[in-house]
Design a binder for this molecule. Sequence first.
Ligand code: MRU
Length: 350
Amino acid sequence: MTSVDWVAGKVRFIDQTKLPDQEVYVETTEYRRVGDAIRKLEIRGAPAIGVAAAFAVVLAVRQSHVSSPSAIEKELTRVVGELSATRPTAVNLFACLSRMRASFARLHNAESDLIREGLLQEALAIQREDAEACRIIGEYGATLLSAGSSILTHCNTGALATAGQGTAQSVITTAAKLKKIARVYVDETRPLFQGARLTSWELLKEGIDLTLITDSTAGLVMQQKKVDAVIVGADRIAANGDAANKVGTYPLAILAERHGVPFYIAAPTSTIDRATPSGAAITIEERDPSEVTHVRGIRIAAEGVKVFAPAFDITPAALITAIVTERGILKQPYNVSIAGLAVREGGNHA
Ligand code: MRU
C-alpha cells in the first residue's frame, strides 16, 4: 500500500479519512485537490504530507501553460505559498517545498519541458529517500528493543503516514520480524482516532498482536508494568531535541519517565528543523472545534460548548530517551547530537 504516489501524470492517494471502512483511492491532476487533501487529513503524517506537497508542485507547474522560466518561477512561488498554508506544524511540508524551489533554481536556465521534468524527478527523489529512510529507521530502532517487548504507540506512523514502511511503526514491524515484539498497545488517538482507525488497521494486516486502548488508559498499563518502551513519531524536532507530535504524546513521555519506561521518537532527519531552536518556537496547529465535538459527523458534546483543539503538543527533549533517525540513533544532549548531523553533512546549517 502506497499512501501517495505519482501514477501516469496524476497524484494518487488513499483517502485516510475513509479508513478503515472504505479503501478509496483518489487520482487527481489538480494541485489544489492535493492541498485540500492535506488540509482535511485525507493525506496525513509528516513525511507523507511533504511528499504530497512536492507532487502537488509538479501538478501545478504542469497545469500552468506558461513557458518562460520567470513565469514558471512566479507560478511556483504562488503555489508554494498556497501549499505552505495547508498545515503549519510538520516541517517536512516546508522542507519538501524548499527542495522543490531549490530544484527549480538549479534548472531555471533550462527549457520549460526540462524544468517540468526536473521538478518531477526531484519529487520522486523525495519519495524514494523517505521510503529508504523508513527502512533504515526500522533497522536502527529494532536494535533498541529486546526479545518479547511490549510497546505503546500513539497516532499513526505507518505506511499511511510516510512514503515507505513508516517511522515508529517501521521500528515495530522490523522488530516483530526479529521476534522482538510481544504486543503493541495502540492509543486510539483522540480526536481523529488515527490509532484506532489507521494504526490498528495497518498492524492487524501485519499480523502483530495489538491491543487498542483509550488515550487515558496509558497510565494504567504503564503502572501495571505492561509496557517496555514507548515509540512515537514526530512532526517537527527542534535543534535542542524538543519534539512536536500528535497531541497526547507529551503526557505519554511524562508517564514513561514516572514509570522508568524508555521513550523513543522515530523520525527521518527531514523532520529535524535546525532553524527552530526549541519547542517553544514551533507553531502548534489548531483544528476545527467540530473535530472534538463530533465523531464522524455525529455530535457528542453539548451544543455551543467552547473547545480547544490543538493537533500537536511538544515533548521536551529531557523526556526523550533517544531519537531514531536514518542516520543513526541520536542521544542526549540533542543540541550536540543534532548539530553533529550538520557537521557530518559538511554543511553549516542554522
Ligand atoms: O495530524 P496528523 O495525523 O498528520 O499527525 C500525525 C502525527 O502526529 C504523526 O505521529 C507524525 O506525523 C509522524 S508520522 C511518521
